[in-house]
Design a binder for this molecule. Structure first.
Ligand code: ZN
Length: 149
C-alpha cells in the first residue's frame, strides 16, 4: 500500500470512530438488518429509508472494532442519495477492492475515501470487519433478516 494511503487509512479510521456519521436508529425506516461478524465480535445494524428507487437515508448502530465502525460510518456517507442500482454496484466494487490481491492498484479516483479501506488487504482477518456493514446493507435491501412489524 502506498504510504500516503496508509496514513490516510489510520486517520480516516480514527476520525470515523471519534465522530461516526449517521449513527443511530432511523425512524421511520423501510428496511433494516442486523449484521454480526463472529470472527471479531462486531455488530452492525443498518437502517434504510428507500423510496423512488433511491436511498433517501441510511444510518447504523452497533458496537465493534474500529475498522467495522469506521467502515459502517463511511459507507453511510457514500450510500445516501444513491439509486438502488448505484448502491449495489458500489457494494460490488467495494467488495472487489478489499478482497483483491494487496498488490493490485486501487482506483482512488473512483473509490474516493473508500479506497483507504483497501488497507485491510494487508490484514486478511480484518476483511470481514470492513465488509460487515456492506453485507448488512445488502441484506437490508433484500429484506433478509428484516424486523417484524
Ligand atoms: Zn472487527
Amino acid at each position: 500500500m502506498m504510504d500516503n494511503l496508509k496514513e490516510l487509512y489510520q486517520q480516516v479510521i480514527l476520525d470515523h470512530n471519534r465522530n461516526p456519521k449517521n449513527f443511530g436508529k432511523l425512524d421511520p425506516h423501510t428496511h433494516f438488518s442486523e449484521g454480526f461478524n463472529a470472527l471479531c465480535g462486531d455488530r452492525v445494524d443498518v437502517y434504510l429509508d428507500v423510496s423512488d428507487n433511491k436511498i433517501q437515508n441510511v444510518t447504523f448502530e452497533g458496537s465493534g472494532c474500529a475498522i467495522s465502525k469506521a467502515s459502517a460510518s463511511l459507507m453511510t456517507t457514500f450510500l445516501k442519495d444513491k439509486t438502488v442500482e448505484e448502491a449495489r454496484e458500489l457494494f460490488k466494487e467495494f467488495q472487489d477492492m478489499i478482497t483483491a490481491d494487496k498488490n493490485d492498484a486501487v482506483d482512488i479516483d473512483k473509490m474516493g475515501k473508500l479506497a483507504v479501506l483497501s488497507g485491510v488487504r494487508e490484514f486478511p482477518t480484518r476483511v470481514k470487519c470492513a465488509s460487515l456493514a456492506w453485507h448488512t446493507f445488502i441484506n437490508a435491501l433484500d429484506d433478509k433478516n428484516e424486523e417484524d412489524d
